[in-house]
Design a protein around this ligand. Structure first.
Ligand code: EPU
Length: 348
């Protein structure tokens, strides 16, 4: 982009560290905070955009900066939360992609619309939530998403997606499958959620069930579930404001039934979650802990002492240190258990 043709909301040489929760150093050559779809359309008319690398960022809570980015980073700041439909089955809420996810959860509960309570306190924006299909304590985004509105960042054309079009999987969606999250080709502007009137509490996740029992809540309300989830998360997960991190750093791996059985013979206490297709999901945190990495540092990064799956920046770390630690953990888990771990956050 030449300086002459830049829309005035595009900034140059912008620090990204403060815009990501892992707080790794990195700068963007160009940075645009987008508060409206009109601004997106203005950008799409800019010819220089076609030859430029693009990336879309929300709250930066699932992002590893490996250095500077020589293209345009688009930060979605589109706001608004609105009840757009109320019928016998559900409340339908349409939300701007730049809204904070946790605040949305608390707002819906305050309105008396249950359905998002298990996903309380997940960091990040509403628009980022469907990309990796955020999930926690037995519920995931895919369970509540009705549809979303995205825009092709090159043409400015709206591309709506229904639930099937999102092709959700475990921490996965069409955005990751197509690589749209990496090349900034698509940007989510709004998300519509369906909150069921015939709500049923989801309390089977062992840790949540235990917390509710401790609170002597046999039939908890949605708000009480949110409070229990918040308490569990505060106990185990570091607050990025005080200890920078990007949540779970690896996916929980899926292995064949036969490998899971072999591992369980050697380690009877191995947590196992059988899947409908015969494969078995294992707890990455457990594998990491048993490989000696819980609470252990390498350089200025480490695996968190209260939840081994969370990689933390002890202060001043660079992306290269994160990559080195991730590789060391992967190598040890692979050698000890024959299981390959894949990182969950996006590397830029
Ligand atoms: N465990 C250990 N050591 C640890 C932590 C956990 O052995 O240090 C064992 C636990 O005892 C348990 C199992 O590992 O048997 C699972 O642990 P936990 O319930 O804490 O959940 P997780 O599998 O580690 C996943 C999600 C989290 C989500 C929680 C709760 C992934 C990659 N992570 O973690 O999501 O909050 O379940 O539903 O699926 C995120 O994606 O960023 C995230 C935080």
């Amino acid at each position: 982009m030449t300086a002459r043709s830049l829309p005035d909301f595009v900034e140059r040489d912008v620090d990204l560290a403060a815009r990501t929760t892992l707080a790794l150093p990195g700068r963007a050559a160009y940075f645009a905070e987008l508060k409206s779809t009109a601004q997106l359309a203005m950008l799409a008319r800019e010819p220089a955009l076609r030859t430029m690398r693009r990336f879309v960022i929300g709250a930066g809570s699932n992002l590893v900066l490996t250095g500077d980015f020589d293209g345009l980073v688009m930060k979605v700041a589109i706001g608004g939360r609105q009840l757009v439909e109320e019928n016998d089955d559900a409340w339908v809420v349409r939300v701007g992609a730049g809204e904070d996810w946790h605040q949305l959860v608390m707002w819906t509960l305050a309105q008396g619309w249950p359905g998002l309570e298990n996903l309380a306190l997940i960091p990040g924006t509403v628009g980022a939530a469907p990309i990796q299909n955020i999930g926690a304590y037995g519920l995931e985004m895919a369970d509540r998403l009705l549809s979303l509105e995205s825009v092709d960042t090159l043409t400015g054309k709206p591309v709506p997606l229904d639930h099937a079009g999102c092709r959700f999987g475990y921490r996965d969606s069409v955005f990751k499958q197509q690589g749209w999250h990496l090349d900034g080709q698509r940007l989510i502007t709004h998300v519509s959620l369906r909150l069921p009137r015939r709500w049923q509490a989801r309390t089977r996740y062992a840790e949540l069930a235990a917390e509710l029992e401790r609170r002597q809540l046999a039939s908890p309300s949605a708000r009480q579930i949110a409070e229990a989830v918040i308490a569990i998360r505060r106990r185990k997960l570091p607050d990025p404001a005080t200890l920078p991190n990007a949540g779970s750093f690896f996916h929980n791996p899926r292995v064949s039934g036969s490998l899971a059985e072999r591992l369980a013979t050697a380690h009877p206490e191995l947590p196992r979650y059988p899947q409908p297709d015969g494969s078995v999901k294992l707890a990455a945190a457990w594998l990491i802990e048993r490989s000696g990495w819980k609470g252990r540092d390498l350089g200025r990064v480490g695996m968190y002492e209260r939840q081994a799956l969370v990689l933390v920046n002890r202060g001043g770390a660079h992306g290269a240190e994160v990559i080195a630690l991730a590789r060391a953990v992967q190598a040890d888990v692979s050698q000890r258990f024959g299981v390959e771990l894949t990182p969950e956050p996006i590397f830029l």
